[in-house]
Each structure stands twice: as structure tokens, then as C-alpha cells.
Design a protein around this ligand. Structure first.
Ligand SMILES: *Cc1c(COP(=O)(O)O)cnc(C)c1O
Length: 360
């Protein structure tokens, strides 16, 4: 068996150890005589898996007690509607910063339920930077401010949070969750689809301050109301049981690796390998301004479409897959989530060096 280095933006690599444990436990979990996939979500065995999973996430992310952790379905994209339905509830206004396609989708969806305002945007330069804002840019009457913390397609990341005063800040952390420590208390709500850094697709993690729950619009469908899930321990209906179990294995792996400080150190090392190479290469160059670079998604180009295509084809043949960039940026993108081992990045850089020499 030869596993490739998978640089996909999502779904993406999972830690090998997680996959191996899942394989070992596939036919029988513990002494239950059944797979986790086959378990009743109401069984005490499954509840134990669920409780341990939530407890470990709370520990790793240092989530305060006044925040609920919800395990939902529908992907991050369903949150684009749930957020306005539940939280655009006082003045029916919200502020958005448009840092890419996901941020824009959240903004557009909110506009269906209230007054969504784009405070700033980096569309003018293909979202290659994070726009600067000051407290004065935000409407103090807004019900919330929404940002996309790490822009998966464009490779930018917030290294400094916007100052929104007393207005709750909500962040889409789909592609940076668990990549480094985050101060949860700075946010009203955080959310992430699991398929970038946590688990297979199918579970969406919502971390929400309790006082923000309970004032949804009357039209809110029961399943889209945070109250429904908060009051039922994410088991109002069948949760994505197996994806939650895999998330639990990933959380255990993160604890074993030394927690988020250690994970960050590893991620910085990996990202720097790639960025240092890009900064010194005559052929390849990164597309993002240095101060806003993502640790997780690294887009780069040669400036020549034919050469880009050649690189994507040859790298794939050499075992580095999914390096083709998003169609809106072109070129290449290496997504180097937590599960990408440092050897994967070292070998990619060596391959890029060789390619540059051969095609100079
Ligand atoms: C992948 C991604 C999404 C979409 O997630 P789904 O779970 O497919 O809905 C949203 N936001 C960001 C930042 C993403 O990376």
C-alpha cells in the first residue's frame, strides 16, 4: 500500500493513527460486538463516546462553561442561514467582511433575512489580503459581525481580530479549527465543517455563547434553531454518529501530540518550509501578502498556465495529489492541514526545486 501526500483543500488528510484506530475498531468497538456505525445513538456506549469527544474538544480549545458545543449536520454552509435566523434578532442588521467566496456566501445568505452590510472587502485584489478595519467601521447596532477566519481558497488568515466593540464576533473557522490556539472568549460564536481538520464530512461543530441562544426568528425551522440542539445535547434527532466518533479520535490524537501549542509549532514549521521556498524561488511565487498568510492553505503560481498544468500533472505522478488551485485563483494550492506530516512538505519542496531546475 502506498499512501499519497494529499494536499486537498477538503475533504483532506486525516492522521494515519486515527484511520488505523478506526480500522481496528471497525467491526467491534470495545466489547460491544458492533461497529460505531451500527450503534443506537441513544445507547450508553455511544453516549460515552459522544461525551468524551465533547469533553476533549472543550479541553483542547479551552472552551468556557458558558459556551455550548453543538455537533450538527448540513456543513458550514447551513450555518450561513442558521446564523441570521438565530442571531439577527434585535435590530435585524449584521456586518460582514468579505474576504473570499465563503465569507461572501455567508453575507448573501444573511441578506435574505435582514439587513446585511459589507463593511470591507478584498475583492479588488482577488482576496489576496485581509482588509484593515477599525472599531468605527462597524455598526454598534449590528446584531453581530461575521468574518471568515481562514480563507481556504485564497490562503489568507486573520492574524489580528477586528475590534467590534460590544457587537458579538462570529467566525467561520472551517479550515483553521484546531490548527493553533484560539481565544474562544473573543467570539460570540465559532463554527466549522469537520472535513478540513477534524473528521470526514458530515458533522459541523458550533461553539456558541449561551446568551446568544434562544431568540431565533419565528420562521426558524425547528432543526435550524440552536435551542433545539442545545437543549437536547445535539441529539434532538440522529446526529452524524460516526463522524463525531472520528472527530473524537482526532481530538485524542491532538492531546497526544501535546495540544494546540504543539500543533501550532508543527504547522508554523511546515508552512515556513513552503513560504521560504516560494520567497526564494525564481519560478514559483505565493499569491498572498506576507502578513496575512494562512498556515493551512498555500496558493502559488508560476505565472504561466502551461507550466502550472505541467507541474500539477508531474507532481501528481510523483505522489503529491490535489495541488491544482481553485479555479478562481488558478495555479496551485497546497493545503497542509494538521494531518499532513512534515515529510510531505519537505518532499514537496524538494520536488518543486527539482521541477524548477528542470524547467528553468
Ligand atoms: C469548506 C468551507 C466551507 C464549506 O463547508 P461545507 O461543510 O461544505 O458547507 C465554508 N467555509 C469555509 C471557510 C470552508 O473552508
Amino acid at each position: 500500500m502506498a499512501r499519497v501526500y494529499n494536499f486537498s483543500a477538503g475533504p483532506s488528510m486525516l492522521p494515519e493513527e486515527v484511520l488505523k484506530t478506526a480500522a481496528d475498531e471497525m467491526l467491534e468497538f470495545g466489547t460491544t460486538g458492533q461497529s460505531v456505525m451500527e450503534m443506537s445513538h441513544r445507547s450508553k456506549e455511544y453516549q460515552a463516546i459522544f461525551d468524551e469527544t465533547e469533553a476533549n474538544l472543550r479541553e483542547i480549545m479551552n472552551i468556557p462553561d458558558n459556551y455550548k458545543v453543538l455537533f450538527l449536520q448540513g456543513g458550514a454552509s447551513t450555518q450561513f442561514a442558521m446564523i441570521p435566523l438565530n442571531l439577527m434578532n434585535k435590530n435585524k442588521k449584521a456586518d460582514f467582511i468579505i474576504t473570499g467566496q465563503w465569507a461572501n456566501k455567508a453575507f448573501k445568505e444573511a441578506g435574505r433575512y435582514g439587513e446585511a452590510r459589507a463593511v470591507a472587502s478584498s475583492a479588488d485584489k482577488t482576496y489576496s489580503y485581509i482588509p484593515k478595519t477599525t472599531a468605527a467601521d462597524f455598526d454598534p447596532d449590528a446584531d453581530f459581525v461575521h468574518i471568515c477566519m481562514n480563507n481556504t481558497i485564497y490562503g489568507t488568515k486573520y492574524n489580528e481580530l477586528p475590534d467590534t466593540g460590544d457587537v458579538p464576533l462570529i467566525a467561520d473557522i472551517s479550515s483553521c479549527i484546531l490548527s493553533e490556539p484560539i481565544d474562544v472568549t473573543k467570539f460570540g460564536m465559532l463554527y466549522a465543517g469537520a472535513q478540513k481538520n477534524v473528521a470526514p464530512a458530515g458533522v459541523t461543530i458550533v461553539i456558541i455563547r449561551e446568551d446568544l441562544i434562544g431568540n431565533a426568528m419565528d420562521i426558524t425551522p425547528t432543526m435550524l434553531n440552536y435551542v433545539t440542539h442545545a437543549e437536547n445535547g445535539s441529539m434532538f434527532n440522529t446526529p452524524p454518529c460516526y463522524a463525531i466518533y472520528i472527530a473524537g479520535l482526532t481530538f485524542k490524537w491532538i492531546k497526544k501530540m501535546g495540544g494546540l501549542e504543539a500543533i501550532k509549532e508543527m504547522n508554523v514549521k511546515k508552512a515556513n518550509l513552503l513560504y521560504d521556498f516560494l520567497d526564494n524561488s525564481k519560478m514559483f511565487k505565493g499569491t498572498v501578502v506576507a502578513e496575512d498568510r494562512s498556515l493551512m492553505n498555500v496558493p502559488f503560481v508560476t505565472g504561466n498556465d502551461e507550466l502550472d498544468a505541467k507541474f500539477v500533472a508531474e507532481s501528481k505522478a510523483a505522489g503529491f495529489v490535489n495541488l491544482k488551485g481553485h479555479r478562481s485563483v488558478g495555479g496551485m494550492r497546497a493545503s497542509i492541514y494538521n494531518a499532513m506530516p512534515i515529510e510531505g512538505v519537505e518532499k514537496l519542496v524538494a520536488f518543486m526545486k527539482k521541477f524548477e531546475e528542470e524547467n528553468a
